[in-house]
Design a protein around this ligand. Structure first.
Ligand code: EAX
Length: 324
């Protein structure tokens, strides 16, 4: 049987009405976390919305838990064109799009509302535009969330409690510089390796949003969590430029709208995880230090912040801080 007829038969069987002329194109998208997570719900929503809004012309195959590699690997695959789409945190992104580094500064954003307003507004749009010169089409911003410190050695209440802790970090130069200023011994590592590293004691701790800690079942391998909220971690929807260029104008719009819907579901799940996270992790056996005075941490970051002001521009940093 000719492939087109087979495909038509399969599509009809699957209830998707596609004419022989419009063969379905299959694309792949991946994340490093589980399907039952804020990132998983994001790409599942995106996939559903693309199929619906393109009337089945495109099918998005979704991959979870680093099945297509860690974030740095699959971001590289999208840039090279061996993978069409990705949802990544900004963890590895400064290695591809240095202009985005400013977003990874500790204590830059007041809260999620502030971060979402900045990313959804002119500052966020300007930064998305920087991706095109670096081999990507950035369809929009998503959310990983505010990051908190976990470890197995001691409760962290002050920067001094961090001193000497061997902490897994993302492969992010801004985080690494900042955490060193706090006295941490940083160990950059791809996310799929983190649970085992914590379980085996290769590192003492790590830092991630509640959504990640819950989805990653870190309560099984971490004793203490301190709600430091030291960094806000965005996600970004990435597409290979050649794959994007092949889309009709209407389908380009459909992909962008699907990313908006994906981020809506993603942010809703972050809010739900933040609401239930402390209780869930306490019940899972973690000691939760809920109230952390951020002022000493900001003070301890003075040397790193002086560097960041030189590198990113004090005015650009203030513009984000002042954004309403
Ligand atoms: O999407 O690598 C990380 O720590 C990220 O926050 C995330 O868990 C991977």
């Amino acid at each position: 049987m000719k492939p087109t007829r087979l495909l038509l038969g399969l599509c009809l069987a699957g209830g998707i009405a596609i004419s022989p002329a419009q063969a379905q194109t299959v694309m792949r998208i991946s994340i490093a976390t589980s399907q039952d997570s804020h990132q998983g719900v994001a790409i599942d929503t995106f996939a559903r919305e693309v199929e619906r809004r393109t009337e089945g012309r495109y099918q998005i195959k979704t991959f979870y838990n680093g099945a297509l590699g860690g974030e740095r690997e699959y971001v590289e695959a999208v840039q090279m064109g061996t993978q069409e789409l990705a949802l990544s945190t900004t963890g590895p992104i400064p290695n591809f799009v240095p202009e985005t580094k400013i977003l990874d500064m500790p204590f830059l954003f007041r809260d999620k509302a502030h971060a979402r307003a900045v990313l959804d507004g002119p500052i966020g749009k300007d930064l998305l535009d920087k991706f095109s010169g670096r081999g990507f089409v950035a369809l929009g911003w998503g959310e990983n969330g505010f990051r908190h410190m976990t470890n197995n050695v001691r409760p962290v209440r002050t920067p001094g409690d961090l001193r000497g802790l061997k902490m897994r970090t993302m492969e992010n130069p801004v985080h690494i510089r900042a955490y060193k200023a706090l006295g941490i011994i940083p160990t950059p590592m791809a996310f799929p390796e983190v649970f085992t590293a914590l379980q085996q004691g290769t590192v003492d701790g790590q830092e991630n949003p509640l959504s990640i800690i819950i989805a990653g079942k870190f309560e099984q391998v971490q004793k203490y969590i301190s709600l430091t909220g030291h960094v806000y971690s965005p996600c970004v929807w990435l597409m290979n430029p050649d794959a994007y260029a092949k889309l009709s104008d209407a389908d380009k719009q459909a992909f962008r709208e699907a990313a908006v819907e994906g981020t809506r579901a993603n942010r809703e799940r972050v809010d739900a995880d933040d609401a239930r996270g402390v209780d869930y992790l306490r019940k899972g056996g973690m000691e939760v230090i809920e109230t952390v005075d951020k002022a000493p941490f900001i003070e301890a970051l003075a040397s790193a912040n002086a560097y960041f002001e030189r590198e990113f521009g004090a005015g650009n940093i203030q513009r984000i801080r002042d954004f309403k």
